[in-house]
Every structure is written in C-alpha cells, then in structure tokens.
Design a protein around this ligand. Structure first.
Ligand code: LMR
Length: 334
C-alpha cells in the first residue's frame, strides 16, 4: 500500500469513527393513546427534555396512538429490545406475570390524587416497580392519568344499570371481577379497538378517564356517561433494563433528570387535561353527562368494594394492606 492510500484510509476511518461517535442514541417510546392526553403530552415533553439535557446525544422517538404496537405487542417488544421505553397502564402488567400492579385497579381504593400519590411516591410504589426487574424491565416513574367513569348507550344511575351489559376492560383480572360483581360481561380488548367495538355494538360500554374517552371520540358513540370515578387509571414508565444499564453513566443521569421533570409535568397536567376534556365532552352535546348524587355514589361503592377481598389472593394481602395504610382506606367503614 502506498503512503497516500494509507493516509486516505486513515482519514476516512477517523471520519467514519467520528460520525459513528456522533450518532445519537435512539430511544423508541411507544404508547397507545393520543398525543393530547396526559401520557401523550408527557411523552413528548420527555423527548424534548432528553434532547436538551443530553445536548442531542439522545433522540427519543415517540410513537403515539398504537402506531407502532398495540397493548400486548408493546410489552413483548420492550422485552425483546425492539422499543426501549413504554408507559403502559398499571392495569396491563398481569399478562407479564406481575399481578401485584392490579392493586391500582381495585374500585374506590383512592379517593383522590393525594391518596394515590402516597402510594406512587412512597415505599409501596417503589416495591412494585422493583418486581419488574426479574422480567428484564426497569420501572422509572409513575405518571398520572385519572379516575374512570362508566359509559353506555343507556342511562347509568345504579349498579343494576350495568347488569347484562358487555363492557370493554383492560387486561386485568381485578377489572374482570369488578364488572362481574356488577352483573356485567367483561370483554378484554386492546385500546386501539375500543372505538370501533363501541360503534358497531360489539360491546355496549366501557370505563375510562375522560381524557381517553374524549381523545378517542368514544363519547360520539356512547349516549350516556356517568361520573362514577370508581377506579384509577395511570401508568408506569418502564425501560428495557439491559438497554438502560448499558447507557453511559452521564447520559443515564441526564435522562433520569429529564424523567423527573417529565413526571412532575405529567402529574401536574393530568387533572387539568381530564377537566378540560370533560368540558369538551359536555359541549359536544353527543352524550349526556350525569353526576351521581352522594347516595348513588355510595351505592356503587358498596357494590364494588367487596372486590378488594375477592382479589386478595391474586394481588397479595400485604400489598393491599400496604396501600390501605398509606391512604387510610378502611373497607369496613362504608
Ligand atoms: C386503556 O386501554 O383503556 C388504557 O390503558 C389506555 C391508556 O394507555 O391510557
């Protein structure tokens, strides 16, 4: 090899090495809801923060609205490393074998966001996230959405109004039991399929925080919405553990800061978004929004709280008691 060739080769090699060194680390973040939901907005916020804090070393690609994967597929994709980050609903960890997360699905276990945060920001929350590690998953944070309400094409004032109705639920045994306890017929279905199932009558109704109902236009195919606030729906932000631990320590630290800021943002906007979307649902005139009286709400609570005990062996008594201890919930005090 003559000297010129050698030099050209060396320069080219150095250039391509430099180019490779400058390639950003890509984090694919897949989720199933619209961009203008609490989770959608928080995911976009994280992408922006990650870019800022790592000075472009990390590029977070957000895939909203099930455009990359649906519910079940995204969990598998994370474990295989086809995506690096997700924020599935806490109701969707059962199929992964981490049933304890279904404690969040227990009807009326949280009265408000304050009670919820005692769990998500306390030792029980940390204990639950740690259970993901043997599955090759690391839990980074909890992001809020909101409290669920029932919708149907017929009015809902008492628990009996849900009897015999086919209701779409997320893949959680606690939610299955909740619907059965009301005499309804639970139908597990991916989130991306719910609108069509409601429209075509494959199911009669569903339960959602208002932000999910509104952004998927479900209110256009449901005549009645009753603000039961009977259960909570929120998220765990999770990453592929091997990927996360393989990141350069400084980059990982910057991403942890980005996640902290995104979590504060997510939990600040969740209630605002749900309140705003409720106003939009009302304004649309497509569905009748009913606010139950105190007595009606109590009737739902009395009907549904027995689900806690029924699901004790699945979730674990210690976990349920741990939540009660944080929130002060007393199942016997109704
Ligand atoms: C649902 O399937 O209803 C929700 O889990 C969707 C979501 O991610 O909020």
């Amino acid at each position: 090899m003559n000297i010129t060739k050698l030099l050209v080769g060396l320069v080219a090699g150095t250039l391509s090495f430099a180019a490779a060194a400058q390639q950003p680390i890509v984090i694919k973040f897949s989720h199933v809801v619209a961009q203008d939901t609490p989770k959608g907005l928080a995911a976009n916020f994280f992408a922006k923060k990650a870019d800022e804090l790592t000075k472009g070393k990390v590029k977070v690609e957000v895939y909203a609205n099930s455009t990359l994967y649906k519910d079940k597929e995204e969990m598998e994709a994370l474990q295989l490393g086809a995506v690096q980050m997700l924020a599935p609903s806490l109701a969707k960890f059962g199929p992964l074998g981490v049933k304890e997360f279904e404690v969040f699905d227990l009807p009326y276990i949280f009265d408000d966001y304050n009670e919820l945060h005692k769990v998500t920001q306390g030792p029980v929350g940390a204990q639950l996230l740690a259970k993901l590690e043997p599955k090759g998953i690391k839990g980074l944070a909890y992001w809020d959405n909101g409290f669920k309400s029932f919708s149907l094409n017929t009015p809902i004032k008492t628990p009996a109004d849900l009897k015999g109705k086919k209701l779409r639920i997320q893949s959680s045994k606690v939610l299955e039991e909740e619907i059965r306890t009301l005499g309804g017929l639970p139908q597990v279905m991916a989130f991306s399929e719910v609108y069509q199932a409601l429209q075509t009558g494959v199911v009669d109704g569903t339960e959602n925080p208002i932000s999910n109902l509104y952004t998927q236009k479900m209110h256009e195919v449901q005549k009645h919405l009753t603000l039961t606030d009977h259960g909570y729906l929120g998220y765990a932000v999770i990453v592929n553990k091997k990927f996360w631990e393989g990141l350069p320590a400084d980059v990982r630290g910057q991403l942890e800061t980005a996640m902290k800021e995104s979590t504060a943002y997510a939990n600040k906007i969740a209630k605002e978004q749900n309140d705003k979307d409720l106003e939009s649902v009302k304004k649309s005139g497509k569905t009748t929004v009913y606010v139950p009286t105190k007595e009606e709400r109590l009737a739902f609570k009395k009907a549904l709280v027995p689900v806690h005990q029924k699901m004790e062996s699945r979730i674990g008594k210690d976990i349920i008691q741990g939540v009660y201890k944080e929130t002060g919930f007393d199942p016997n005090a109704l």
